[in-house]
Write a protein that binds this ligand. Structure first.
Ligand code: NAD
Length: 500
């Protein structure tokens, strides 16, 4: 086995020798689900079953929540000096670094993304953990500006039991964005990975054990949303729910919180993000490559996919030709080949869904410029090529709904005002991009875009120092940066009367 796989053959060898943890991780132990039920996880690039995974439900959730509560009240982690939590989390980050090829491989096998992309996710996940570990012993509380007869302290304290429910498109990176700040802040965390990508979360659990987090502080419950996910969301003893996933499920979670204990709910949901290209932008070829990558990277299974391309009509036809040329170089291939730009679609249901959207696009009158047909892969996997529709309008389904696949909808516009109106004409508000050389326009338009992220002359730029999240129906939470630490802590006011 090659410890540092470089080539497709190296990755294939590593894949063949890979063992999978299939059990839930509860109170420091790997265990079967209480019911004994399992579910299959399948490699979408080959159709081959990888493993049968413990399918947790209410009973497992109850047990894990009890352990998490006991751990929190015990204080072994929650009351540990932040500098010591930092040391443990840095140890975990080092273990992840040492095992990053295996972790990347698990995500690739589970959900079909190219292994080079999974490796990029590992860098993001490990960087996130280090960032929060390094921040936690440098955040001070406040002393309020009171009179001499009192001392007003504003303390930051961990919330308690946090349940993190994550999706499958960036399995380990989304996990890190949630659990890193939650653990750093001193909470007990229960992770529910997506039923479509549980493998890396379970491997992470063994690294957490090795890093020495106290029992019950971090647990992993694989299973379905409507079973174990719902049980956690309705629990009277979970204090905070942090979620990344669809807007539809996000809305349900808010209801569950209202039906139970009014737990805090932080949501990172879907998007239909506009990418605006003004005629004055520099280097149309480079912008076209970026615009294509903005939608085709990760098979279009990206919350911030630049799925609506808004192009000034004076350059539209020329620009689309350049996008088509760029798309040609971004074809899907074997996810284990480090040269593949795109991999397989996560599962049969999502594959059918994307193809159905493409069919609707054609039926509703959009102009299909490239792609549109599934690739008949020898491997038996689920591959859809870059697909571009032109002449899309707001009333078309593909112009409005999140497809979560490699399908680009191109709109034309004539004026800046029209571009802003089109960009904001969506229930979502996650990301928006604009390409221009005019600084006045850049600032005018950036301010008016209803979006959590605005990318100027780039797409998806940013690092750990920048908060990430949405407005409107894209959610209310912020991952990354110290702002996410705020979500996982409560403010406590201590008013001390003093004799004068
Ligand atoms: P999903 O909403 O179907 O599932 C997300 C998670 O919620 C999964 O773990 C699932 O099991 C769980 N879940 C489903 N129903 C549940 C219920 N009733 N109760 C509790 N948990 C439940 O989303 P998905 O298909 O896994 O991911 C794709 C979606 O995620 C897209 O909409 C995408 O835009 C969004 N996403 C958003 C971000 C962001 O940062 N804003 C990042 C990645 C993905």
């Amino acid at each position: 086995m090659n410890a540092q796989p470089q080539t497709r053959a190296d990755w294939q060898t590593l894949a063949q020798s890979q063992a999978f943890e299939t059990r839930a991780y509860i109170n420091d132990d790997f265990v079967a689900s209480q019911s004994g039920e399992t579910f299959e996880t399948i490699n979408p690039a080959t159709g081959v079953r990888l493993a049968n995974i413990a399918s947790c439900d209410q009973a497992d959730a109850d047990i894990a929540v009890n352990h998490a509560r006991r751990a929190f009240e015990g204080g072994e982690w929650s009351r540990l000096p932040p500098i010591e939590r930092k040391r443990t989390l840095l140890r975990l980050a080092d273990l992840m670094e040492a095992n990053k090829h295996e972790l990347a491989l698990l995500d690739t096998l589970d959900m079909g993304k190219p292994v080079s992309s999974s490796l990029g996710d590992m860098a993001g996940a490990i960087g996130c953990l280090r960032h929060h570990a390094e921040t936690i012993d440098k955040l001070y509380g406040e002393v309020a500006p009171t009179g001499e007869d009192a001392l007003g302290l504003v303390l930051r304290e961990p919330i308690g039991v946090v349940a993190s429910i994550v999706p499958w498109n960036f399995p380990l990176m989304m996990t890190a964005w949630k659990i890193a700040p939650a653990l750093a802040a001193g909470n007990s965390v229960i992770l529910k990975p997506s039923e479509k990508s549980p493998l890396s979360a379970l491997r992470l659990a063994s690294l957490v054990k090795e890093a020495g987090l106290p029992s019950g502080v971090f647990q992993v419950l694989p299973g379905f949303g409507h079973t174990v996910g719902k049980a956690l969301a309705l629990s009277m003893d979970v204090d905070c729910l942090s979620f990344t996933g669809s807007t539809q499920v996000g809305k349900q979670l808010l209801q569950y919180a209202g039906q139970s204990n009014l737990k805090k709910v932080y949501l990172e949901c879907g998007g239909k993000s506009p990418n605006i290209v003004f005629a004055d932008c520099k280097d149309l070829d480079a912008v076209a490559r970026n615009a294509a990558a903005a939608i085709f990277r990760n098979q279009g299974e990206v919350c911030i996919a630049g799925s609506r391309l808004l192009v000034e009509n004076s350059i539209r036809e020329d620009f689309i030709e350049r996008v088509l040329a760029a798309a040609e170089t971004m074809q899907p291939g074997d996810p284990l080949d480090p040269e593949s730009f795109m991999g397989a679609i996560v599962d049969e249901a999502q594959y059918r869904r994307v193809l159905d959207y493409i069919r609707q696009g054609v039926e509703e009158g959009a102009r299909l410029r490239v792609g549109g047909e599934a690739i008949d892969a020898e491997s038996g996997g689920l591959f859809i090529p870059p697909t571009v529709f032109d002449s899309v309008t707001r009333d078309m389904t593909i112009g409005r709904e999140e497809i979560f696949g490699p399908v680009l909808a191109v709109f034309g516009f004539d004026t800046e005002e029209e571009a802003i109106r089109l960009a904001n004409d969506t229930v979502y508000g996650l990301a928006a991009g604009l390409w221009s050389q005019d600084i006045d326009r850049i600032m005018r338009v950036s301010r008016r875009l209803q979006s959590g992220q605005v990318y100027v002359n780039n797409w998806a730029g940013g690092d750990q120092t920048m908060p990430f999240g949405g407005v409107k129906q894209s959610g209310n939470g912020r991952d990354k940066s110290y702002h996410s630490l705020e979500e996982y802590s409560d403010l406590k006011t201590v008013w001390v009367s003093l004799a004068t």
